[in-house]
Design a protein around this ligand. Structure first.
Ligand code: HEM
Length: 312
C-alpha cells in the first residue's frame, strides 16, 4: 500500500463519521438547506485535515533527519561513548572571532617587524603592498577588540560565562597538578593528575590570551593614534608601547606555535587536532581521560536529578 493510500484511509473513515453526525443534526431541515450545511462542514473539515497532514509530514521529515544525524554521530564516535557538550555556541563563536583575528594580526604584523625577511616581502606582496597590509592589520585589530568586549559581556552576563571564569581562576591544586604531571612524565609517579573542567594547561592558555589581548590592544591603540598620543604623553611612552607591542607579538606568536599547537594538535593523543572548536563536544572517553573530576561531577548531578524525578 502506498503512503498516499495509507493517508486516505483515516480521512475516508473520518468523513463517513462526520457525515453521519451532520445527517443526524440536520435531520429536521429542508433537504436543500441540509445539503448546503453538510457541504460547508465537509469543506471546512477537509481543509483542516489537509493542513494537519501537511504539518505532520513536515514534522516527520524533520524528526527523520534528526534521527539520521544522531545515528551518524553515534557511528562516528563508536567506541568513544556518548558525547558531552563542552562549549556552547556563544563561546565557540567568540573563539572563532579570536583565532581569525589573531591569525590576521600575526600575518600582517610580523612582516612589519621583520621587513627584510624573504617571507615578509612575499606576504606583503600577497596583500598588494604594505599599505593594504596595514589596513588589514587594523581590521584584525577591530575584530580583536570586538572579541574582548563580547567576551567580557559574556563573562559578566551569562551563567556559563560566570561559571567558567570562576573555574579558570588559578588555584593551589594547579601547582600541585603541574608538579605531579612533571613527576609523571619523568616516571617518578604512576598516576597522572586528575583534572576538573579546566587543567592548569588550559588555564595558562586562557590567561595568556587575556593578558596578551590587554597588552596588544593597549599598546596597539597608542601606535594607531600616534599623533593624538604624542599630544598627551612624552615620546618615550610611545617608544615603550612600540617595544611592548613588538615583543609581546613575538612572544604570542611563539606561544601559539609551540605551546598551543603542541597541546591541541601535535600531542600524539590529539594529532592532527580535534573539531571541538567547531561542534563544542567531547566524547565520554576523552572527558574521562582528560577531565575525570568534571566527569564524576556530571555523573553525580545526573544521578541526583534522576533520583528526584523518579524517587524509589
Ligand atoms: C595578536 C595581536 C597582535 C599582533 C600579533 C600584532 C603584531 C604586530 C607587529 C609584529 C607589529 C610590528 C611591530 C614593529 O614595528 O616591530 C605591529 C604593528 C602595529 N600594530 Fe599590531 N598586533 C596585534 C594587535 C594589534 C591591535 C589590537 C592593534 C590596535 C588596537 C594593533 C595596531 C598596530 C599598529 C597601529 C601597528 C603599527 C604598524 C601599522 O601602521 O600597521 N595591533 N603589530
Amino acid at each position: 500500500m502506498s503512503v498516499d493510500e495509507k493517508k486516505e484511509q483515516p480521512r475516508e473513515s473520518l468523513e463517513r463519521e462526520i457525515d453521519a453526525v451532520v445527517s443526524a443534526e440536520t435531520a429536521g431541515l429542508e433537504p436543500e438547506q441540509a445539503g448546503e450545511i453538510r457541504e460547508k462542514i465537509r469543506q471546512r473539515v477537509r481543509a483542516e485535515m489537509e493542513r494537519e497532514i501537511r504539518l505532520k509530514t513536515a514534522a516527520d521529515r524533520r524528526e527523520e533527519a534528526r534521527r539520521i544525524r544522531e545515528e551518524r554521530q553515534k557511528e562516528k564516535h563508536a567506541g568513544e561513548g556518548r558525547m558531552f557538550q563542552r562549549f556552547n555556541r556563544n563561546f565557540r563563536f567568540q573563539h572563532m572571532v579570536m583565532f581569525s583575528s589573531v591569525i590576521l594580526l600575526i600575518v600582517t604584523g610580523m612582516p612589519i617587524k621583520f621587513p627584510n625577511f624573504i617571507l615578509s616581502r612575499f606576504v606583503i606582496s600577497l596583500w598588494g603592498g604594505i599599505n593594504n597590509s596595514t589596513i588589514v592589520h587594523r581590521i584584525g585589530a577591530l575584530m580583536l577588540v570586538y572579541f574582548m568586549v563580547h567576551h567580557l559581556l559574556y563573562t559578566i552576563l551569562s551563567r556559563d560565562g560566570r561559571r567558567d571564569f570562576v573555574l579558570l581562576l588559578p588555584m593551589p591544586k594547579d601547582l600541585r597538578d603541574a608538579v605531579q604531571n612533571i613527576r609523571y612524565f619523568l616516571g617518578k609517579v604512576k598516576e597522572k593528575p586528575r583534572f576538573g573542567r579546566f587543567s592548569y594547561i588550559e588555564k595558562f592558555d586562557y590567561w595568556a590570551v587575556y593578558w596578551g589581548c590587554i597588552i596588544m590592544i593597549g599598546s596597539g591603540a597608542f601606535l594607531w593614534g600616534e599623533s593624538i598620543a604624542l599630544k598627551y604623553f612624552p615620546k618615550f611612552v610611545l617608544d615603550i608601547a612600540h617595544e611592548m607591542h613588538s615583543d609581546e607579538a613575538l612572544l604570542a606568536t611563539l606561544a601559539i606555535v609551540i605551546w598551543h599547537f603542541y597541546n591541541v594538535h601535535f600531542n600524539p593523543e590529539r594529532f592532527p587536532g580535534t573539531l571541538m572548536w567547531w561542534h563544542g563536544q567531547i566524547s565520554e572517553h576523552e572527558i574521562k581521560e582528560e577531565h575525570p573530576l568534571e566527569y564524576e561531577e556530571l555523573m553525580a548531578k545526573q544521578a541526583k536529578t534522576a533520583a528526584e524525578v523518579n524517587p524509589q
